[in-house]
Write a protein of this length. Sequence first.
Length: 296
Amino acid sequence: MSTLLDIRIGTMASLDGAAAYLKQILPHGFESFQLTCWENIGKTDIEETAKQVLDVIGDKAVIGSLGVFGNPLMKESTAADFGRMIDAAKLFKTNIVGGFAGAIEGKPLPESIPQFKKVWTDLAKRAKDNGVKIAFENCDMGGTWQAPLWNIAHAPTAWDMMFNALGSNADVVGLCWEPCHQMNSLIDPLPQLRKVIDKVFHIHGKDATIEWDVLKTSGLRGGKTFVWHRTPGFGDTNWTDLISILRMNNWKGSIDIEGWHDPVYKDELEMTGQVHGLNYLKACRGGATFVPNPVK
């Protein structure tokens, strides 16, 4: 793998029916994929899916990570399937499994920590035994500190509490980070990335546009939307600087576009937007192809 591909640019896809979907979009130039499921794996045959997926992507792309997105602190089957996905990671030739940390909904965030420790201590040990890293997405899912929903891993203070709760197993637990969710909390994502980069195992390619004039005239509680999730290339983040931070810290991994959120490039323009984001991120990375230095 060339140094250029130390950072791969890809997209997300559903685990169910993954092979057929990837076969259609692979020619656009995606270099990696995160394969995900919502709450549970369901009836998907993981072993067969892995074989089909690896056959489709060949040497053109990699599976950068797998994902189970649900509330494992309140739904035992989600926690159980996260464990199954940890075991299955090697079948897809990846070592990262992402998802939500879960939450005890209806109670202030700190009250989720005991259950978080109970559920994730075992899963983190299982990950360590399998050579796998766990990456929590930093999405608030519409929750707050006082009333979290689905996921407590949405604020730096919570991250510290979570990692401290896992003790010696915390070394295999980190973040599936993206700038969008931090901007949604009015956090500048790039200074944060510099601070937490050692805990960033996977990156979702999703940006945001903040309408500062709305904030300045109506405020946070004025009932008006002030931030929109965007496909990279259409939002406010300087991805050239973001990727430069990654390279300066010798970060290796995948930036997988999280589509299906952009308010403009959606519906019949969904893949148009995603491919634009793919090419935009490749340009921010330095290009689409590795260029060797001349021989002296």
